[in-house]
Design a protein around this ligand. Structure first.
Ligand code: UDX
Length: 450
């Protein structure tokens, strides 16, 4: 019989949600909690099954699930959870590991209903910024009406935002995905019933907007959820994220970086989901070449055919293209001087935590809002401007990379990046606000299970 408090952690099963929730789980384990992370069975695509101190349970696949495409399995995940979760909780109880709390991805609000039916505590976990959460909550509550007609909007706790700074699902109705907007605003459908509301952010980073949101809901920042070895260095098993859907070319990346001068490399990645237009890939490629700066570029396997003919051969002296990188180790490497990023929330937190200046090239979802904060609020990067056809030209790529790597502004940005690196570390280090919030959560769990 196990006497520890047992928590089930349930991320939406995509890389950008698994990573932060797995790291949060590790922090819980380090404070004496037993954690089981629940996910779909990725048999065919999980490249790294390692989850360190966290137990992983996959939801058993029946034949019907196995026959679906990966995309359909992701869409079906909330329904599958609703079906299977009650029996998983009962089984854990019968095996002597009763679960006392479900920590669920904010995009899976139905899990809270299941927690309550089973007499368990429920904690929502947002993998996006609090600023973005505020925008979606304003849409959900009808305070931000769509289509947004004014050129800019003023929402509590946030700087004035132009329409182009809003998440794409709110600003761009022509290319809208109503299902995605419903999923994202749906996180506020029952949030007032959650026992805890966690955000992967930190207090000093989003102070104003968190203060405002905290008047309505008891939100708690618990980030940045970066492996401890890159921040406070208090946990031992944290060398990388683990549970990876992609296989990194680690040796090749790190060896190549070792051969470069300090702060001389621009690292480029667009995260785990995004697909760029082929003409955009070409402009980016030639822009990198024109910038005359060494580059390490992640082009996922599904995107590699979009690279211009001969590009790799023509730039062999200055660049390395890989299909997946050990991103944290890359950002922590002394040779990296700049991160050209799509502004996924994890990438932003990682760059901030490791003090790497950014060129922001947001595409959709929460990325435009994240980019606005990178450039105008935290002042740790510059943002590319697209032309009238929505393309960021090679000249613009060159200009932005040079501005961060060589320009006057680059110096200012580097200073600011160093400041945020310290603040990020302080948040999760012993006694920091995020650390205290995790500690408090654990204490309350222990008290309520006694
Ligand atoms: C998406 C959204 O963009 C994000 O804002 C949301 O909250 C979560 O889902 P994604 O587009 O994949 O995620 O980007 P990001 O949030 O940056 O997450 C990507 C993760 O993959 C990061 O943790 C990054 O370190 C990792 N990564 C990426 C690698 O380990 N290697 C790579 O080569 C590229």
């Amino acid at each position: 019989m196990e006497s520890k408090v047992h928590v089930l952690v349930i991320p939406y099963p995509v890389q950008g949600h698994i990573n932060p929730m797995l790291q949060f789980s590790k922090r819980l384990v380090s404070k004496g909690v037993k954690v089981t992370l629940l996910t779909i069975s990725f048999e065919e695509c999980l490249r790294d099954k390692h989850a360190g101190s966290v137990a992983v349970q996959t939801i058993a696949d029946d034949q019907q699930e196995k026959n679906r495409s990966m995309e359909d399995r992701l869409i079906n995940f909330p329904d599958l959870l609703s079906q299977k979760l009650p029996e998983i909780i009962v089984k854990q109880r019968n095996h002597g590991y009763p679960v006392s709390c479900l920590v669920y991805d904010a995009l899976l609000p139905r899990v809270l209903e299941i927690a309550k039916q089973q007499g368990l505590l429920g904690a929502s976990f947002s993998t996006q910024s609090c600023a973005v959460g505020t925008i979606y909550s304003s849409v959900y509550e009808g305070k931000l009406r769509m289509p947004v007609e004014a050129p800019s909007v003023l929402l509590p706790g946030l700087p004035p935002l132009f329409v182009c700074d809003l998440p794409s699902f709110v600003s761009d109705l022509e290319n809208n995905y109503p299902d995605a907007l419903e999923l994202l605003t749906g996180q506020f459908s029952n949030v007032e019933k959650a026992d805890w509301i966690f955000f992967n952010t930190f207090n000093s980073l989003e102070k104003q907007v968190m203060n405002w949101m905290a008047r309505k809901w008891p939100i708690k920042p618990v980030g940045p959820t970066i492996p401890s070895m890159f921040l406070d260095k208090r946990l031992e098993d944290d060398r990388d994220y683990g549970l990876s859907l992609f296989k990194p070319n680690s040796d090749a990346c790190l060896k190549w970086l070792d051969s470069k001068r300090p702060s001389s490399v621009v690292y480029i990645s667009f995260g785990s989901l995004l697909a760029l237009r082929e003409d955009q890939v070409a402009e980016l490629a030639w822009g990198l070449k024109r910038s005359n700066t060494c580059f390490l570029w992640v082009v996922r396997e599904s995107e590699i055919k979009k690279l211009p003919n001969n590009f790799v051969e023509e730039t062999i002296e200055m660049g390395l293209v890989v299909t997946w990188s050990p991103q944290l180790e890359v950002l922590a490497h002394k040779s990296v001087g700049c991160f050209l990023t799509h502004c996924g929330w994890n990438s932003i937190l990682e760059a901030l935590s490791l003090g790497v200046p950014m060129v922001a090239m947001p595409q959709w979802s929460d990325q435009p809002t994240n980019a606005k904060f990178v450039t105008d609020v935290w002042q740790v990067g510059v943002k590319v401007k697209a032309d009238e056809y929505g393309i960021v030209t090679k000249e613009e790529i060159e200009r932005c990379v040079r501005e961060v790597m060589e320009g006057e502004k680059g110096n200012e940005i580097r200073k600011n990046s160093e400041k945020w690196k310290k603040l990020a570390c302080m948040a999760v280090d012993e006694g920091g606000k995020s650390d205290k919030n995790i500690e408090e959560f654990v204490t309350k769990l222990v008290c309520s299970s006694n």
